[in-house]
Design a protein around this ligand. Sequence first.
Ligand code: ATP
Length: 385
Amino acid sequence: MAAVSLMSMDEAPSDNIVYDGIVDDSPTRPTGLYVRVRNMVKHFSTAKGLFRAVDGVDVDIEPSSIVALLGPSGSGKTTLLRLVAGLETPTAGHIYFDDTDATNLSVQDRQIGFVFQSYALFNHKTVAENIKFGLEVRKLNVDHDKRAAELLALVQLAGLGDRYPKQLSGGQRQRVALARALASNPRLLLLDEPFGALDAVVRKQLRTSLKEIVRSVGVTTIIVTHDQEEAFDLADKVVIFNRGLVEQQGTPTEIIKKPRTPFIMKFVGETNVVPASSVLAKRMRFITPKSKVMFRPHDIKLFKTLDPEEKRTTVAATVADKANLGWVIKYTLRFDDDVECELQLTRQQDEREYNLVVGSRVYVYVSRRAMLGFDPSDVDSTPVV
Ligand SMILES: Nc1ncnc2c1ncn2[C@@H]1O[C@H](COP(=O)(O)OP(=O)(O)OP(=O)(O)O)[C@@H](O)[C@H]1O
């Protein structure tokens, strides 16, 4: 999709930018807000006591970037989003928008666009009227019809302005909600599970559109999601919450390649968990004071036959099950101490190299470097009261 500015021409700065004699006459894009959250705390009083929904969080959200807040249910993602929006008052901490302390700004003065899971469109208004509502509330002095048409084109609904929300699919309604949120040219867009109610195919289409749209508009975007694939695909930075705290934040690649804690390792991607006292952990000489050991299924090296030399560095197992999951084949391997682990292969890998028979014997090697010791409390995600 071509870069689209939400500024209409009468608002756009007239000066073109000149670099070394080359005139860049593309419409000037607004830069998104730089959002900094500092030592943010939000405690709720409940019948059971003080609930630490957000318990001291620092997050930096670069201008015009997309940041995904990911984490188990009840970990504080939505509460942080609501704090940034001004819909909750912090117990402690600060929020800065660029260099301004925005902690006590009213919701209206924050210039934020919102999209929630439930469409929150006015059913008695047409699509265009719904979008124009976003302009009316901010009393923006622009040509409303023209802006609504621009926004409809941006969200790929050109020509549907006269329809009513009930005449649209769920995905189209969410596109309208996005257009409305962008109508007033917000510098910050907040999305709370925006695709939660949609089926997988529509979710994916909207995800792609959202990425293109927010990048072309240049708005800083924070999205709360349960969906890891969504978070990793969309975001420049993923912030993973657990029990009101940020457990890790970084680029998707950093989080996948360098999970900093056992919680992250278990939360992101598949893991095998075996006792630290298992034959496998011992044979790999993995020494840990912790009670359990985890490693990724793809870190297993498997041999169907062995040289006598290799027998000392591997552990024999029986193929207990083979699950055919389409493009992925999942084997369950049972060691002689009855500990089990899973091995995942692509179908191609399996057909080319393995094709294991249930009941056959195999030999397993896992590098010590791929193993991580942990106690069950290290991966606990029960919210703290
Ligand atoms: N007004 C409130 N009063 C008391 N507790 C609250 C209030 N708002 C939120 N909570 C609690 O704070 C915790 C964090 O909620 P939050 O909605 O931020 O979690 P979340 O990570 O977004 O979870 P989910 O993915 O399920 O929406 C939850 O256990 C919730 O019950």
